[in-house]
Write a protein that binds this ligand. Sequence first.
Ligand code: SF4
Length: 333
Amino acid sequence: MSHSNISIFVPHKGCPNDCSFCNQRVISGQTVPATPEDVENAVKTAIKHNVNPKDTEIAFFGGSFTAIEREYMCSLLTAAKHFLDIHKFKGIRVSTRPDCIDDEVLSVLKSYGVTAIELGAQSMDDDVLSANHRGHSAEDVRRASKLIKDYGFELGLQMMTGLYKSDFSKDLFTAKEIIKLKPDTVRIYPTVVLKTTHLAYLQGIGEYTAPTAEDSASFCAELLQMFNENNIKVIKLGLHSSETVESDMVGGAYHPAFRELCEGYIYLQKILEKLDGKDKIHEYTIFVGKKALSKAKGQQKRNEKALKNQGFHCIIKGKENLEEFEVKVVENK
Ligand code: SF4
């Protein structure tokens, strides 16, 4: 059974910041703050749909959870803990800012059964953090990450690519710094410019252009491979597809199947590595794992077309017992 979350959004509530890219109302798709009753309803609905509690976390996303008013925070946690105790859910996951983590709040989270904490690191370059009004430093991310691990929580780190004043080399540095912090999970969000944000303003005056999904995909594919090689699970790559994001985006790297786009790049790269040095007279069958067939062919068969453009005659087929990103090439006689 695969992992799942019962997601409860706490949009912008309590957040003291106004990050350049953030429009929490749009990202979380709602404006009304979640209540303990919402937690109860979300859990009951999930149970009705037969989620397996052992593989399911109750997750508070969307704001700076540890910065919200303490009484409100505890009321949400009380509601979640009630179900945690009765149904033995895997745990409670919260997301917050690096500068809203200290010993005291971690002790409170522990007492309510929180198991995983995700930090919005976004960048490990202080100039980029400052240009995007994050209100914390890279050192805050290091300090908070260490504390979270010392308390025995699962650590998740979120990073963004293509922010204002960043570039691929700064984003690569961020990924390398994140790897040093040894998080259990990572989320990678290529920047999407939303209406009414500071980034939209900067874009409007010609001061900033966010990389598109096409610009970002091959780079994010590289990041995905780096995290995979370091056994760090990338649990999200690209913003959730949602009508609100689609209607409010005015630039940047939104694609409804961004991860698949990145994974397609990885397959193309692996296939080309295997074909390196082979002649272009013969035809080849490329075998990949059965479930990965559409990714290996690429969206709208772009990988098949790319191989053809490079002069290779290939047929891509699915095969049992091949690992993710494993590729076998056989020359057709
Ligand atoms: S800290 Fe989070 S919720 Fe607050 S403005 Fe920044 S991105 Fe939005």
